[in-house]
Design a protein around this ligand. Structure first.
Ligand code: HEM
Ligand code: HEM
Length: 223
């Protein structure tokens, strides 16, 4: 239960605010931006550079906010709270999200080094129909799953603050509303991106090339 210490934030709460800011930047800005770049701009030469830079920043933010959260929890003299009587879903989910995201980045790098024979695909959803390494398909679907978990991390983090902040304060309503609005807009943008691919895919056939940056090398778009 919160141990209210009057106005202002103590060491623990200040660290958790920093934790929440870095987590929000990763979950609501850099990761979704990287995924939307991959969805909307795959045929542009710069998409891969943008995707990888944004996701490297996401990974860096994850390392920062994860470290800050363990320091904040340890400052209460309890060590970490992943196991034992004080463990709770936000802590366990948070640990899982961090590990899954780091593994996803490794899959992404591995996917980048796979090669796919040139092939023509016709019909809707060339991204799915393309004959490419299973690692690439895995990275894309598993990436959507991780992005979903990141949103869940923010939602459970908001609830966590409301339960354990030393200041006894609640997350302002405006921040909660902003979270849901950003969440809804990003999901809508991503789903629309798939619809656009379906319509465009129906209209023209696609050349599948063997590398995400093939357009730079030989002018064939990547899918
Ligand atoms: C993707 C988003 C997030 C992830 C992956 C995450 C991860 C974590 C982890 C791993 C811990 C536990 C550290 C430990 O037991 O040593 C933790 C604790 C905590 N997080 Fe988050 N977090 C996220 C977002 C947020 C947000 C947005 C807030 C607040 C609005 C928040 C508030 C807290 C609080 C209050 C604690 C507990 C501090 C305590 O028990 O002393 N988190 N988080
Ligand atoms: C930092 C290292 C990363 C690299 C090198 C990388 C690389 C790639 C590559 C090569 C693709 C194209 C796959 C294909 O051919 O279909 C891709 C797509 C994708 N990546 Fe990453 N990625 C990285 C990190 C991440 C992370 C951390 C996430 C999730 C949070 C992620 C989510 C996605 C998603 C969802 C797609 C598919 C988007 C779509 O087409 O709708 N990536 N990435």
């Amino acid at each position: 239960m919160p141990d209210a210490k009057g106005p202002g934030f103590d060491y623990h709460d200040t660290l958790i605010i920093a934790h929440a800011v870095f987590a929000s930047m990763a979950a609501l800005i850099t990761a979704p931006a990287a995924i939307l770049v991959a969805r909307y701009f795959r045929s542009r030469t710069w998409w891969f550079k943008a995707h990888i830079i944004l996701q490297i920043v996401t990974v860096a933010f994850t390392i920062i906010f994860f470290t800050i959260s363990t320091v904040a929890v340890a400052s209460g003299g309890h060590g970490t709270q992943f196991v034992g009587p004080k463990k709770d879903p936000h802590h366990d989910l948070g640990l899982a999200i961090a590990i899954l995201l780091w593994v996803e980045a490794i899959f992404g790098v591995a996917a980048h080094y796979t090669h796919t024979a040139h092939a023509i695909t016709r019909g809707a959803f060339p991204t799915i129909k393309a004959k490419k390494s299973p690692l690439r398909h895995l990275h894309a679907w598993y990436g959507i799953f991780v992005a979903g978990l990141l949103y869940a991390g923010i939602k459970t983090g908001i609830d966590e603050w409301n339960m354990v902040a030393d200041s006894g304060t609640l997350v302002p309503r405006g921040i909660e509303i902003a979270f849901w609005v950003i969440f809804a807009l990003e999901i809508a943008a991503y789903v629309i991106g798939w619809f656009l691919e379906a319509f465009r895919g129906e209209r023209k056939s696609h050349m599948i090339s063997d590398h995400p940056t093939d357009e730079e090398k030989d002018g064939t778009p990547s899918i």
